[in-house]
Ligand binder design. Structure first.
Ligand code: HMG
Ligand code: MG
Length: 305
């Protein structure tokens, strides 16, 4: 049996990847309360904002308000998506600790999501990377459609490796391998992760799995087996990408934490508080949480009827 990492970093992406796809505007005060509950649970890294065009993603238009209102927990990294210098300037003003440049392993998705080719995106990211370095901010690179694309279908591990290389050369501290539409399966996940790890330190590669086909937890386990120790997840399984039709949310954080606890892998996060945060945001949105573990744990707590 493969030796699994003893501890992992869980990056909570619910406030950004989770909420970006909600049709009804979620007030900044609710987002702020969610981020504060999550930092209270012990996350070392929360993706809290996206400084993108409000015409493209209206839900993220209040990102500066959220960043201004949250209680900053010392040691927690608050990340923001920054597709270009306009986004970077806004993230800097909002005191983001980490900026995220987001590209794609698929040409077709790059055009739909950020309105340019992969090569053009890397050129744009270069100025963001330089500015991040100059201002001492962490830089993360996110690679969408690393396992399949809603527009072009198959994506080869070589095209993922190519973007990993380019993001490494830009100076990224961490690189996310993202299954935007949740189509990956376990063996494929290992193949792509192992290929990416030939280009970039395995300790700084992250798995970002959406759960559209119900494979995300299996893909995380498969990634643990090949040594990946950073995972993204979304409280209550919120989310989806507005430019990936039909794609559901990220794997639910509660489910990931429950699995890690069972495996004896340290996360430093209090699952009970995350369950509360999941119930809080689900109640606000007026629907049941998409986290199986979250709902089971919440039901167990409720007094018998
Ligand atoms: P564009 O239209 O090519 O940009 O969009 P432009 O430079 O030509 O500017 C057009 C207008 O946008 C201008 O306004 C700019 O000021 C404004 P106007 O003069 O027309 O009034 N603009 C901005 N406004 C605010 N913030 C900015 C900004 N930049 C330009 N940063 C652009 C290009 C990249 C801006 C656009 O395509 C965009 O915002 N895309 C964002 C898409 C997005 O956020 N997608 C979801 C996040 S990615 C994701 O979820 C995947 C991930 O989770 C991993 C995975 O699962 O795969 C990370
Ligand atoms: Mg995503």
């Amino acid at each position: 049996m493969a030796i699994l990492p003893k501890q992992v970093k869980i990056v909570e992406v619910g406030p950004r990847d989770g909420l970006q796809n909600e049709k009804e505007s979620v007030p900044a005060a609710v987002k702020t309360a969610l981020v504060n509950r999550l930092s209270g649970a012990g996350f070392r890294n929360i993706e809290a904002a996206a400084f993108v065009s409000p015409r493209w993603v209206p839900q993220m238009a209040t990102s500066a308000d959220v960043m201004a209102a949250i209680d900053r927990r010392p040691g927690t990294i608050y990340s923001a998506l920054t597709p270009n210098m306009q986004g970077f300037d806004a993230a800097l003003a909002a005191r983001a600790d980490e900026v995220v440049i987001f590209g794609s392993a698929s040409e077709a998705f790059s055009q739909k999501n950020i309105n340019c080719s992969i090569a053009e995106s890397i050129a744009r990211f270069d100025s963001v990377a330089q500015a991040a370095r100059q201002h001492g901010l962490r830089l993360r690179g996110s690679i969408s459609c690393a396992f399949g694309c809603p527009y072009q279908g198959e994506v080869s591990p070589e095209s993922v490796a190519d973007v990993v290389r380019r993001m490494r050369d830009l100076g990224c501290d961490e690189i996310d391998i993202a299954d935007t539409i949740g189509v990956a399966t376990a063996r494929q996940t290992q193949t792509v992760m192992e290929r990416a790890a030939r280009e970039f330190s395995i300790d700084a590669l992250a798995g970002h799995f959406h759960d559209t086909y119900g494979q995300a937890l299996a893909n995380i386990y498969a990634s643990l087996e090949v040594g990946i120790s950073i995972y993204h997840s979304s409280v209550a399984g919120l989310g989806g990408c507005p430019y990936a039709k039909g794609a559901t949310g990220n794997i639910a954080t509660e489910d990931v934490l429950y699995m890690m606890e069972g495996l004896g892998i340290e996360t430093g996060i209090d699952l009970d508080i995350v369950v509360d945060a999941g119930q809080f945001i689900s109640q606000f949105l007026g629907r049941k949480s998409a986290s199986r573990a979250g709902n089971a744990l919440a039901a167990k707590r409720a007094p018998p009827q």
